[in-house]
Every structure is written in structure tokens, then in C-alpha cells.
Design a protein around this ligand. Structure first.
Ligand code: ZN
Length: 630
């Protein structure tokens, strides 16, 4: 087993021959970083009707969704006899939220494009060696002819085993667009169930009842006021859904209504959304919008999918736009309806729509946030895909919190748009749990908000292990292309050599437990959402074992126990799903989606900035209590 540990920006790099690479820097742990609260037991799971078949195993996927299959099961490397580490500690962590901030970049700038390998597209870096005008690619071994001018292309500082190059091609092929100019589309459920009331305490202290819709209208009005104040140039639009979708745009034009057949025609809805007149900025439209919100009445069913599609279509005209989707029920008519589809994994058709629209949103740089009302069943596992794929928030709100949530989700926190990350490792390395069974990984991320951290684990194909063990280091390269808030097109190329060690040499101090824990949280969240609960359990177990092993070698640090609590929370959820053959409740789906966006403790100082694990002061229920029979 081969380990490569440490990180592209980390202080104590060490590559183990079962490799862990990270691009994070350690930060002090904050006092208030507590694990996410466990969903209450009785909401955690819902009974699976006995008539329903069990979800199919991940291998029998429908042919309909070739782009959205769960990643293939990684090839199993035959375990070496004495390998005691069951957790794969070869993990790369990329702090995308930091790396798109080029004011923090240490490298030098070039106004050219990178020179790339003809075979694997690795970029020539200061770590590459050129002999007699030939560059033998350090990632795939391809021989590339290069001319003398490349010396001026290779601009980054060579700092030992690390180079960081910025390429800013000086042509701009786009119209000028200010990120302030983007859209926020409120996509709001006004179905009949929104009339359900909740007791709240009025300002004079007496109990009073208000409906979800009233709570929502109040929240929207507050959000509109804040936007007017904070970003008067922001374009704001309103879309509602019940039996029909009504596109109000900025409230000034005649609303457009989609109903009947029009609710199931993907292309038609998209065209209508795109063609609707571009909303003006809120400074001009505030009054009309407030009036539209005031006039909303609840009635009818929930054509959520069609409304989300129309909203994304409107937002797609400006990269960096947002759709904020609020609902209290699952889609039951039109595109994406789930009333007649039994559960997450057993019906491929419904998730297909959600995946397709999510990918289209990513391609347009649109971020979708999803909030559902507590005490409802909205099939958050499915509808949460919108947020998960596009980098939005997933949360369950109450009448008391919906205003804060809508405000947070509408805040301008986009750091870069059109972000694509390409990670290269030498041939022979592959990335388990990713689609490509290759030494190169490409991930289209779309728009990026603060604190985004993505992790990958990697492994070495068995036939390469011996070869790699002969080497002292292995190269890794991250190519990050994106547009800054100033609409500058940037490619950032970071290349690092990581030391290689065999497993027997791993010392506790050399493992970055934060990176491993964040990766475990992200991976297990992902596996659980995909219905691969047993795999998630195995990962959790391995991580917990590693945690135990490490804690014998060094004192327990505060963050260790926080990460340990994450694992416990997820373990409880997975155990419940397995032992009772039940599906993901909205509460459990929320935790898993939040885990998928986990970032290292202290990575995100701003609680409002997005998708780090919710920091809540609620006392976490004791696991033992949760496991007791109801
Ligand atoms: Zn190459």
C-alpha cells in the first residue's frame, strides 16, 4: 500500500505510499464549532411501505442518465498482508474558496496561456525539465516538443517542490458584466398546504396563528428590503408554483402562466423562462415586487419541478445568479413529480430530471438553494440535488427562521464563476469514487462561494505500486480555471511534488486528520444520498478505527473530537437506515447534504457564507438515547 500525504499548501507534507495530499492550512479551532445536531429520531426515518421493492444495487443503473450515474465502485486493490490501515489516507483537499482569490496567490502572473502536454493536458511548470527542446511529461510520460519561448511562459516561482502559476490571457471575449448585476429569483410554493398555520408569539406576547404562506410573504418582503438596501443593482425576480407556474419577473410586466401540458415540456419551459423580459434592478422594481408578494394566495398542487426549471432559465442569463426555492411539499404535478414514484433509488426517472436541471444550472453558473418547511415531507433527498450540485444551501426552515434563511441565501457571496478544477496525478494513480478511472480528474464546479473545500481520495493501481515505491516523490497538479468577480479569466496552475512513504512508516503526526475527516464526511454524505449506505458505513468504521489508532499515539485535539462527532452522527443515521430498511427522511437528507459540503473546522469564519456544517448550539442527543426503541 502506498501513501502520499500532506498537501499542496500544507506545512507538513509527507506522501505515503497509499498517498494524502491537501491544500489546506491548519487554523485554530473555534469554541463554538459543534457537530451538527442529529435529526430527532422520529423524523429521521420514515417507514418504507412493505409493498415497495428494495432499491436496486448501484450496479443496475438505468440507461437514461449516463451523465449522472453514481461513480463506479473502485477497483479493489489486493490488500497487503500487514496493512493495518483500512482507511485510505491518500486524500487531496482543495480549498477552492481560497484558491480563486488571486490576491492571495503567491505566484507570478503571465499574460499567456499555459503550455500543455499533448496527451494528458498537464501544464508545463517550473518543476518540469526540458532537455534538447523535449519535455517529457511528468504525469503521462508523453514526449512534447517545445521551443525556446517556453522559458518565458514558465513564470512561477520555484519554491522547492511547489510552483504556483497564474495565467491571465489578456483578451476578453465577453461583454462587460458586473456581478452586482446578477439575478436573484425567488421561486416560491403557494400550494394549498401553505395555508397550514403555526402558533407563534406575537409582538405583544400573546399567542397567534400564522400560515406558512404568511411567514413566507413576510420573509420575502424582508429579503426585498435588504436587497434594496445592500445591493440596489441586483435584478430580482419572482416565480410561484401551485397548479401552475406563474412567472412574475420583476413584477412590472404581465405575468406569464404555464399550465397543463406546458408543465411537462422541458424545452418549452426553458425557452419561456429565458425569453421572459430581463428583470430590472431592485432599485427600480421594489414597489411592484412587494405588491406582487402581498397579493399571493395559496391554492392547488405543487408543480415544483417546472417552476425550478423556469427560474433557472431566467437566472441563466447571468453567471453568478441565484435561485432560492422554498417549498413545503414534494412535487406532485408536472416535471419532476414524485407522488407516483416510490423512493430515492428505486425510481430512476425522477432523480434524472433533478440531476439534469442541476447540471444545466451549473453550466450556467446558477446557484440553487433549497429550503423546505419543517414537519413536511418534501423528499429533500431528491430536491436537495439542486443545491448540492450547484453549491447552494440545503436547509429545513420554520416560520421563525425562514426570513433569516432566505436573506442568507440571497446575499452576494460569489467569489468566482465558471470554475473548473482539473486534478492530475501520475499515470498509475486513480481516483476511487469518481467517474473517471484515470489519473486525471475534471470537475465542473460553476459558481463558487466562500469556504468551498472539495476532497478526493486517490489510490495506486496494483501494477504501479512497486514502481512508485522506488520514487521519493510523486507530482500532483491542480489546474483551476475561472472568472473572477472582475470578470478576469484566470487559469491557476499549482504543481507539487509529494514525498512517498510506505504504510509502515506512517506516523500519527504526519497525517492531517482534518483533511481525512472532511473527506470522510463528504464521501459518506455522498454515498448515503446515492443509496450506498453500507459502503458509507464501511468508510465511517475505517475512519473511526483510524481515529482510535491515532489517538493512541498523540493527545486528542479539540478538532479531533468535533470530527469524531460528525462520524458518530452519520453512523447513527446509516445504522438506522440499514437496520430498519428505511429511506432517508428530510432531516437525515439535510444532514447528509450538509456533510457533503463539509469543510475543515475553522476554514469558514463567516457563518452566513454557505454550506459549512450548520453551527447550532442545540445539545446533541446522546447516541444511546437515539438507539433506544421508540
Ligand atoms: Zn502528459
Amino acid at each position: 500500500m502506498l501513501c502520499v500525504s500532506g498537501g499542496l499548501m500544507e506545512q507538513h507534507p509527507q506522501v505515503f505510499l497509499s498517498p494524502s495530499t491537501c491544500m489546506i492550512t491548519q487554523r485554530p479551532v473555534k469554541q463554538q464549532d459543534v457537530p451538527p445536531p442529529l435529526p430527532p429520531r422520529r423524523h429521521l426515518i420514515k417507514p418504507r411501505p412493505t409493498s415497495l421493492p428494495l432499491p436496486p444495487p448501484p450496479s443496475s443503473q438505468p440507461p437514461l442518465a449516463p451523465l449522472s450515474l453514481p461513480p463506479p465502485v473502485p477497483p479493489r486493490v489486493v490488500k497487503g498482508g500487514e496493512s493495518r490501515l483500512r482507511a485510505n489516507v491518500n486524500v487531496v483537499s482543495l480549498s477552492i474558496g481560497k484558491l480563486v482569490d488571486i490576491s492571495q496567490a503567491s505566484g507570478l502572473e503571465s499574460f499567456q496561456s499555459p503550455v500543455v502536454c499533448g496527451k494528458c493536458s498537464a501544464a508545463l511548470s517550473c518543476l518540469s525539465s526540458i532537455q534538447r527542446k523535449v519535455w517529457v511529461c511528468e504525469f503521462c510520460g508523453c514526449e512534447n516538443g517545445v521551443n525556446d519561448s517556453v522559458k518565458s511562459v514558465c513564470v512561477g516561482q520555484r519554491a522547492g517542490v511547489h510552483s504556483d502559476d497564474l495565467y491571465l490571457p489578456n483578451h476578453s471575449d465577453d461583454d462587460y458584466q458586473n456581478l452586482e448585476d446578477t439575478l436573484v429569483v425567488f421561486c416560491v410554493d403557494i400550494s394549498g398546504s401553505m395555508s397550514v398555520t403555526t402558533e407563534v408569539t406575537s409582538s405583544c406576547g400573546s399567542p397567534t396563528y400564522i400560515s406558512r404562506l404568511e411567514g413566507m410573504k413576510d420573509a420575502l418582503q424582508r429579503a426585498l428590503s435588504s436587497l434594496l438596501l445592500e445591493s440596489p443593482r441586483k435584478r430580482v425576480a419572482l416565480v410561484t408554483f401551485s397548479d401552475e407556474v406563474v412567472i412574475y419577473g420583476d413584477g412590472a410586466s404581465t405575468p406569464l402562466t404555464l399550465r397543463d401540458w406546458a408543465l411537462v415540456d422541458y424545452d418549452h419551459i426553458w425557452q419561456q423562462g429565458v425569453a421572459y423580459s430581463i428583470p430590472h434592478c431592485i432599485a427600480e422594481t421594489y414597489e411592484q415586487l412587494v405588491q406582487r408578494v402581498r397579493d399571493l394566495r395559496e391554492d392547488g398542487a405543487t408543480c415544483l419541478g417546472a417552476a425550478a426549471l423556469a427560474s433557472v432559465a431566467m437566472a441563466s442569463r447571468y453567471a453568478g445568479s441565484k435561485v432560492i426555492l422554498c417549498t413545503d411539499g414534494r412535487a406532485n404535478i408536472g416535471l419532476g413529480e414524485m407522488e407516483h414514484t416510490p423512493s430515492l433509488s428505486s425510481s430512476p426517472l425522477t432523480p434524472y430530471f433533478y440531476r439534469q436541471l442541476a447540471l444545466q444550472a451549473v453550466g450556467s453558473g446558477v446557484i440553487i438553494s433549497v429550503m423546505t418547511f419543517e414537519g413536511t415531507d418534501c423528499r429533500l433527498a431528491d430536491v436537495g440535488r439542486f443545491a448540492d450540485t450547484t453549491g447552494g444551501r440545503v436547509n429545513i426552515v420554520s416560520i421563525g427562521t425562514v426570513a433569516t434563511e432566505i436573506h442568507s441565501a440571497s446575499m452576494d457571496n460569489i467569489l468566482a464563476t465558471g470554475v473548473t478544477a482539473t486534478l492530475l496525478a501520475p499515470e498509475g494513480v486513480y481516483f476511487p469514487y469518481e467517474d473517471e478511472n484515470n489519473h486525471k480528474l475534471v470537475r465542473e464546479i460553476g459558481s463558487v462561494t466562500k469556504g468551498l473545500e472539495i476532497t478526493f481520495q486517490f489510490a495506486v493501481k496494483p501494477e504501479f505500486v512497486e514502481v512508485f515505491l522506488q520514487k521519493d516523490t510523486l507530482p500532483f497538479q491542480l489546474q483551476l480555471s475561472f472568472k473572477t468577480r472582475e470578470q478576469e479569466k484566470v487559469t491557476r496552475v499549482i504543481t507539487q511534488q509529494r514525498p512517498v512513504t510506505s504504510c509502515s512508516e506512517i506516523r500519527a503526526g504526519s497525517l492531517n486528520m482534518a483533511v481525512l475527516a472532511v473527506h470522510c464526511a463528504q464521501l459518506c454524505g455522498s454515498l448515503t444520498i446515492e443509496g450506498r449506505v453500507q459502503e458509507a458505513q464501511r468508510q465511517l468504521k475505517a475512519q473511526q478505527d483510524l481515529h482510535k489508532q491515532i489517538s493512541k499515539q498523540r493527545p486528542i485535539q479539540k478538532e479531533d473530537s468535533i470530527y469524531g462527532n460528525w462520524m458518530d452522527t452519520m453512523t447513527t443515521i446509516c445504522d438506522d437506515i440499514i437496520t430498519e430498511s428505511q429511506t432517508l427522511s428530510d432531516e437525515a437528507a439535510k444532514v447528509m447534504y450538509q456533510m457533503k459540503r463539509a469543510s475543515s473546522v475553522g476554514n469558514n469564519n463567516n457563518n452566513n457564507s454557505g454550506n459549512t456544517i450548520e453551527i447550532q448550539k442545540k445539545t446533541r442527543r446522546k447516541k444511546t438515547a437515539l438507539m433506544e426503541p421508540m
